[in-house]
Design a protein around this ligand. Structure first.
Ligand code: NDP
Length: 264
C-alpha cells in the first residue's frame, strides 16, 4: 500500500514541504505521497494522524510542542529541546524527532572561523538551534525584544540581553531568529543596535526564506556575506525524509531530488 505523509500546521497552505517530499519520493522511486493538513486544534494531532492513516508527518507553527507531547518515543535531542517537527509511526507508536536544528547547523557550516554568534530572537526555533550550536562548540548570545522569553535561556546558562540591557560587542555571526520581516517590513532589533553588531560580523543569516528581509538588506548594505533560511528548510526536509524512509537513502541521494523544489 502507498505510504501517506503530511505536514500539519496552521497556516499550512504556503508550505513547500509537499513539493519537496513528493519530488523526492518520485525521483527516488519510493511509493509514497505527501499532502498538507490544516490542523487547528493541536491537541487533536495524534487522533488526526491515526484517522488519516498516515505513516509520518512534519509539524510546523504552532504545533511543535503539541507534537512533542503526542509522541510515544522521543529522540534524545527532541527530548532535550521540547519541540518535535518530524513524527514517524512504527507498529502503532509515534516516534518524534527535531530536524530543524541539525538542518540549521548544516546550513551555517559554510561560514568558516565562526566562534561567537548573536541570536536576534528567543522563540521556538531559537530554542532548539541555540542548544545544538552550543553542543557543537559555538558561543551563543541571545538578544530579544521581550524579557519573558529569556528566562529559559538564563536558566540554561546563555548570556542574554533585551534591547535595553544590550552592551555593544563584536560577534562573528548575527542571525535573525525572529519573524520580523516575514509579513512586515520591520527589523528584528532597533537599528542603532544592528548598526553596531552587523559591521563587525563576518556574516549575517536569516531563518526567513523566500524573500529579502529588511535585516538581510541592511547586512548587504554593510557588504556582509548573507544567507536566508532556504538551506535550513531544505536540510531539515532531507533529514526528515531519511527518517520517513527509514534510512534507505543517504543525504546525498535525497538532496538533488529535494532541491528541485527550490528551482521550480
Ligand atoms: P516564535 O513565535 O516562537 O518566536 C518569535 C520570536 O520573534 C520571539 O523571540 C519574538 O520576540 C520575536 N519577534 C517577533 N516579531 C518581532 C519584531 N517585530 N521585532 C522583534 N522581535 C520580534 O517563532 P519561531 O521561533 O517558531 O519562528 C521564528 C522564525 O523562524 C519565523 O520567521 C519562521 O518562519 C522561521 N523558521 C524558519 C525555518 C526554516 O526552515 N527556514 C524553520 C522554522 C522557523 P518576543 O519574545 O518579544 O515576542
Amino acid at each position: 500500500m502507498k505510504k501517506l505523509f503530511a505536514i500539519f500546521g496552521n497556516p499550512v497552505s504556503h508550505s513547500k514541504s509537499p513539493l519537496m517530499h513528493n519530488l523526492s519520493f518520485q525521483g527516488l522511486g519510493y511509493d509514497a505521497c505527501y499532502t498538507r493538513y490544516l490542523l487547528e486544534d493541536g491537541s487533536r494531532l495524534k487522533e488526526t494522524f491515526f484517522n488519516l492513516q498516515l505513516k509520518g508527518i512534519n509539524i510546523t507553527v504552532p504545533h511543535k510542542e503539541e507534537a512533542f507531547k503526542a509522541c510515544d518515543v522521543l529522540d534524545p535531542f527532541a527530548q532535550k529541546v521540547g519541540a518535535v517537527n518530524t513524527i514517524v509511526e512504527k507498529e502503532g507508536k509515534l516516534y518524534g524527532y527535531n530536524t530543524d536544528a541539525p538542518g540549521f547547523l548544516k546550513a551555517i557550516a559554510e561560514f568558516k572561523n565562526i566562534k561567537t554568534i548573536l541570536f536576534l530572537g528567543a522563540g521556538g526555533t531559537a530554542q532548539s538551534t541555540s542548544s545544538i550550536l552550543r553542543d557543537a562548540g559555538y558561543i551563543v548570545t541571545i538578544l530579544n525584544r521581550s524579557e519573558a522569553r529569556l528566562e529559559r535561556y538564563i536558566k540554561d546558562g546563555f548570556q542574554t540581553y533585551t534591547f535595553d540591557t544590550f552592551k555593544p560587542q563584536a560577534f562573528d555571526l548575527v542571525i535573525n531568529m525572529t519573524s520580523a520581516g516575514l509579513e512586515d517590513d520591520s527589523l528584528p532589533a532597533p537599528k542603532e543596535i544592528l548598526d553596531t553588531v552587523i559591521p563587525t560580523a563576518k556574516a549575517c543569516v536569516d531563518v526567513i526564506y523566500g524573500k529579502e528581509t529588511p535585516f538581510l538588506k541592511l547586512a548587504k548594505h554593510y557588504d556582509k556575506p548573507t544567507k536566508d533560511g532556504s538551506d535550513m528548510l531544505l536540510y531539515q526536509g532531507i533529514i526528515a525524509f531519511e527518517y520517513f524512509t527509514e534510512h534507505v537513502y543517504i543525504f546525498e541521494q535525497i538532496e538533488p531530488k529535494m532541491k528541485k523544489a527550490f528551482i521550480l
